[in-house]
Design a binder for this molecule. Sequence first.
Ligand SMILES: Nc1ncnc2c1ncn2[C@@H]1O[C@H](COP(=O)(O)OP(=O)(O)O)[C@@H](O)[C@H]1O
Ligand SMILES: [Mg+2]
Length: 230
Amino acid sequence: MLTIENLSVRYGGIEALNKVSIEVRQGESVLLVGSNGAGKSSLINAVIGLVPAASGRIVFDGKDLAGTSCPVRARLGIGYSPEGRRVFRSLTVTENVLSGTLGTPMAEAKANLEWIQDTFPLLRERANQPANQLSGGQQQIVAIARAVSTMPKLLLLDEPFLGLAPVWIGHISDAIRELQRRGTTILMTEQMARPALKLVDRAYVIRGGEVRRSGTVDEIRDVALAEEYL
Ligand SMILES: Nc1ncnc2c1ncn2[C@@H]1O[C@H](COP(=O)(O)OP(=O)(O)O)[C@@H](O)[C@H]1O
Ligand SMILES: [Mg+2]
């Protein structure tokens, strides 16, 4: 579903990614694990189109994404939940979720909202509350809900556990499992290898902008856990 070939990303003189190749197949969940500054967000942001690729290819659903804008990539079926659970603080929970569906016909957006509220009951309980009144974990649920509000084929999750207490890491994990049950293909990043490895089929260990190892969770576990403590 997603093929990344020899992707390099640069910020001025800084090389954030150097010839990274990654594959995500339909129905799979894949983890990109690495410490702070490894290049995880650069990869996610290159896939959604927030940063340009210096070289390499990103192919989604058979289409080369070169030259396509973020909104076009979203319409092609890529959902994106950014690092730092960004929500619109003064908008209500429902408004936040619906903000992801801009450009979608109203009837379809409403149907999607129902589906998401069924999946994450918190969204109904807190529907009319401004997002800034929610806890960090609750805001992360809202950010993920917004990312899936267009029913994406591929969901990009950038560090969904960042800064969350263990109990909320558990709740977010449950939310991700629910999306997996409903057939969503996922590419997620994490520094916290231990809880993240429980959610995925395969993982890539990334350090200094390069893929160091890749494999199934069993093959990669020891290397990924060592990376957590670097
Ligand atoms: N906008 C930017 N301008 C300059 N350097 C950046 C920018 N964003 C990230 N970097 C640098 O690129 C490297 C990779 O960063 P990033 O992709 O954010 O890593 P991660 O998400 O794994 O923490 C780091 O050295 C970081 O300092
Ligand atoms: Mg990051």
